[in-house]
Ligand binder design. Sequence first.
Ligand code: ADP
Length: 978
Amino acid sequence: MSNAKQTKRLTPGSRETLLTILETLPDAFFVVDDAGTIVYANASAQAMSGATPEDVCGKSLWCGASHLVSTALYQVIQKAKQTQEPTEVEYASPVTRHWLHVQLAPTVGGLMLQFHEMRAPAPRQETFPRGERLCIGDLDGLPTWIGILTPEGIVLDINAVPLDDAQVRREEVIGKPLAEAPWWSFAPASQEWLRAAIARASTGETVHFEVLLRPRGGIVLSFEGTITPHMDADHHVEYLVIAGIDITARKQADEAIHTLIDAIPQLVWIARPDGSITYNNQRLIDYLAMTLEQVEGAGWLAGVHSDDRHRVWEAWQTAIQTGVPYEVEQRLQDGTSGAYRWFLVRGVPQRNAQGTILHWVGTCTDIDEQKRVEQQLNESRENWRVLAETVPQLVWTSLPDGFVTYFNQRSFEYTHAAFEQLQGYGWYQFVHPEDAERLVALRRHAFATGETYEVANRVRNGQTGAYRWFLTRAMPVRDGIGQIVKWVGTCTDIEDQKQAEQKLKESRENFRVLAETLPHLVWTMQPDGRLDYVNQRACDYIGASPEYMLGDEWWQFVHPDDYERIQALRRHSRETGEPYEIEYRLKDGQTGAYRWFLGRTLPVRDDTGQIIKWLGTSTDIEGQKRIEESLRQSQERVSVLMNSTMIGINIIEKEQIVDANDTFLRMTGYTCEDLRAGRMNWMRMTPPEYLARTRQVHQELATQQSVTYEKEYICKDGSRLPVVVCGVVLKHHPRQAIAFVLDNSARKELDQRKDAFISMASHELRNPLTALKLQTSLLHRQLARQGIPASAPALSSMETQINTVTRLVEEWLDVSKFQAGRLEYVRERVNLDELLREIVDTMQQTHPSHRILLRGAVQTSLMADRDRLGQVFTNLLSNAIKYSPGAETVEMDLSTSEETVTVRVCDHGLGIPREQRDKIFERFYRASGPRQKAIPGLGMGLYIVAEIVKRHRGTITVDSTVGKGSTFTVTLPKKRDA
Ligand code: ADP
């Protein structure tokens, strides 16, 4: 046989030749186009197909040559078309049962087929594997219908069963569309249905069906079958296999059952072994509002709640595969209302004698109500669980006899124990030993009587080992008939509360102790004004019992002048809730005297701000009041003093006057503004000649509380103001000093006038005295010459008095000169030992009452004014004798050092009080004691002495003990500067 390429080279001329050849061929020869339509058949073909070429041409190969049709032929044609390669096949014609050898060659736009009838198959390599070869004839013994169809529905092969049913021969059917075969041709609708099913199968889908067939007149069968597509290696649908069985008998039985089933109030369904639904009873149809067609196969899944669908499908598939009864809860939609209800869907497989599953029968039981109840129960259980786990308590439930069967998580966490350790009565180990007995007794009673119980007990924290207080409460849960089914208990942690209570107790106790220890009168009062506590001190002060104090009578102890004031304040406070403070007088119950108290009352509020109490204290301020009074008085005095118009007062700090009264400002001409501006500096206000003394006073104030001295101030206008200043340092403010300043100008002026008078008087007296002295001396001499001795004593006495007055006048003159700075000194070498000896001799003669002792010698001469030095020691000796009237001796001691000579004049007389020691060197100062006053003098001697010593750059000091005597020490420098 030539191949396709050779065929293509045929010319039109050669076509005729070819046709002749073909016509003569003993084998049947067909040319078919790509659509499978016969375009040429030779004469042998006619013989083999049993039809004329005219009948054959234009028909499909399957219809035109139905004797030759077989599945094997169909398959090999398909293959040749696909591969465009020549091929061949051997098979037995399903009609004639003759063996045919077919050679196929692709040609332009079609295929050439050459059929060669043979006696027996060649024992050679099969074109198709055996398994692929279909030989339906082998299946003729089966009660099953089997047919092979092209994807278009042309019958390629069919077994005997359907042929017998329809009483037709195979060749009548082969090569024709199945829809036109007797089984289907009775009704166009059936045919239509079949064509549609074939069309679906030819797309690769396996189509299950159950239809009514009429194989021949009057016979109607129920037929259940499948159309299964058969795929080639390239996954193209090669041919279709239709297989099925006559289920008429079963159907009839089913019908009867269905009628029965429809009558029962259950939703019932029936499915094939493969799981596709074949029957729903009326009730189920009504519920789902789905037709059988809609639920068929897996269509029913549409009625299952989408949330359940997957689960249901899985379970159903498992059941189908394992054959284990199926049971699942699912929601099915009420097709009418659209609502879902819960169903318990059960399915059991029905098997035949061999155990093969025939079908599944199932029911759907409405369990919606049950589900809802269950749901509610679950919810309520869940609520309880959540509640039990969320509440901040330990929660437990027990059997009616108290055996604990549940603890919440918190219980485990607190006790740090597992359920096994706590369950039953295990939890007792966590109860405080001291509380256990009480708890056991209480529980026993509760379980016996069914009475709720509540008890505070300590429970150990399993982790820390510390006990905390819990309030345990338990109550029974009863069933419908009142029987206790269990106990529910909670343990609430009340440790903080307990501690707070304890603290409150302690704080109350603390308050009481405090109130009793305080040095005040303490009381508390109810908001209605009733006293509910008074401390012992208050009772003691009033001298009454606490009961008396809690009444109203103690009010009579309040001073009548203060009573109304207190009552008004109390009323106001209680209305406004404001605290109050008042000073009032309260009578001491024992002495009857009123003392001042400071009463303080304040409200005590609770967390909401409500006043729960008033707390009052009364503090004895009598002492304070007195101090205040004396302070007030003292301040008044200070103020009076400060306002004194006579005494100027200033306060200094370092060099600055930081404060001053008006008098001082007036004295010095400064203003308040000057003071504030810091323009008052005592250094600048002190003339240079007073600076040294002023500084000295400041130093002295470090050791003495006050020093009084005279000085001058330079006033603002530059004038000088003589003052007497008393400097004082306050103990608590050592950096500050207060100066009391007295204007001394009047006294100064008086002194000046006095000095002027003395100066004038002494000058005026001096000349007459000199004349008098001269005249007396002359008279003395004349009377002696005249020999009148009787007058001599009188004249001597006169001369003595005149000398006294003369010395007095000379002293006055000296004083005047000192004052005026006019005293002149002579500088001469003076032998001090000699001078003192002369003086002592002279003094001894004129003062025989005392023995004058001269001890020691200086053995040196000084440059000095001899007369003035003599005046110094004469004066000191004269005073020593004068102020030691009862003494026997007066001593004069001489001593020397390298630089100085020292002369001490010592007596055993009256002595000089300490405070007068400095003053005795002042002009006209005389000690004020009565014994001193009895001794005549003018207070000039020591002034002159001090001035002369000063001029000789020496010093004079006095040391004295009153009643024992005094020592005056004069120290003179050996070398005297010019
Ligand atoms: P008078 O003329 O009063 O003695 P003075 O200047 O000599 O004046 O002395 C001043 C005062 O000092 C005396 O009034 C006397 O009180 C006191 N006085 C002086 N010397 C002594 C002394 N030796 N003993 C006691 N008092 C003395």
